[in-house]
Ligand binder design. Sequence first.
Ligand code: SIN
Ligand code: FE2
Length: 217
Amino acid sequence: MTADLFDNIDAMVPAREQLAEGAMLLRGFARPQQHELLAAIDAITAQAPFRRMFTPGGHQMSVAMTNCGNLGWVTDRSGYRYDAIDPESGQLWPAMPALFRELAEHAAAEAGFGGFAPDACLINRYEPGAKMSLHQDRDERNMGAPIVSISLGLPAIFLFGGLKRSDKPQRYRLQHGDVVVWGGPARLAFHGVMPLADGEHGLIDRKRINLTFRRAR
Ligand code: SIN
Ligand code: FE2
């Protein structure tokens, strides 16, 4: 093992890891912007607070969500959809900060997807015990664009599988600042998050925040 293979010598984890053809984990990629990201999330959630939505089947999700950008992902009894309006406030979702867009575009380019222009950013908040079952992101009209996912706060076990629900997912421990990008042949890969383990995080107490950028239209 030679030092130049690793950016993060302390943790001895490779700076980038290919999860599948078209899927890349960029370790610590968002860390330099951690403070600006968290401040922007606070400003967004002051306007559009986190809420636990209901699935079409009537189950309340354990993950609390909000959005920024031209479109926000919402779910309720009538189904899943992208909507320009926050149903809680009746107002447009808060604008996507330039920092978010640039970071997502930069991460996508690093993973081989140049020209990513997200129009939707879903913000997920996991408290201890919250989880996300294995699913595909398939509510977007534009499957040519990748998904970019930024993790902040407590570490989580991310499940990344194949194109069939029955494909056994691999497990990755996503830490504060890690970014995962998947697109092309991996765009419809099944993925999910194991129940969040309790813990302390110096910057964000006892939770994990995930930003998921998409081109919805
Ligand atoms: C998602 O699939 O929307 C969230 C993934 C994550 O929280 O890492
Ligand atoms: Fe997803």
